[in-house]
Every structure is written in structure tokens, then in C-alpha cells.
Design a binder for this molecule. Structure first.
Ligand SMILES: [Zn+2]
Length: 67
């Protein structure tokens, strides 16, 4: 992978990508923790709708939720 290479959708090959955001009630919440959730940001193919990448905006909130 080259740094400046254009990202293509692995499903349909389109380079027409968009950015989406999930917040409010759709935010991702840590398991077993009384805590506010974190917004999620997505890189989405605007042609077929495939989610190429998804980022939790505050990953530190999910530390220690596995055990
Ligand atoms: Zn696609």
C-alpha cells in the first residue's frame, strides 16, 4: 500500500467515497460501563454502500471492557 494511493472500494472498485458519522443514540457504548458512548466515523463507498473503515472517536472509553 502506498501512502498517496487513492482508496478504492474493495467490493465494487469505486473511488467515490464519503465520510459518515454516527452519534447520539446510535453511538457505540462500552459494555458493562455506565458511560456516555463514543461517536463513530465511517469511510463509506457512495456507490454500493460498503463501509471501508470505521473509527471510534474515543477508543480509550473501551479500555478494560473485555474482562
Ligand atoms: Zn463500493
Amino acid at each position: 500500500m502506498y501512502q498517496n494511493q487513492e482508496t478504492l472500494c474493495p467490493k465494487c472498485g469505486s473511488s467515490d467515497l464519503g465520510k459518515g458519522k454516527q452519534n447520539g443514540y446510535a453511538a457505540l457504548h462500552p459494555v458493562n460501563k455506565m458511560s456516555f458512548g463514543s461517536d463513530i466515523e465511517y469511510i463509506i463507498c457512495t456507490k454500493c454502500g460498503y463501509i471501508i473503515e470505521g473509527y471510534v472517536k474515543k477508543p480509550e472509553k473501551f479500555k478494560g471492557t473485555m474482562y
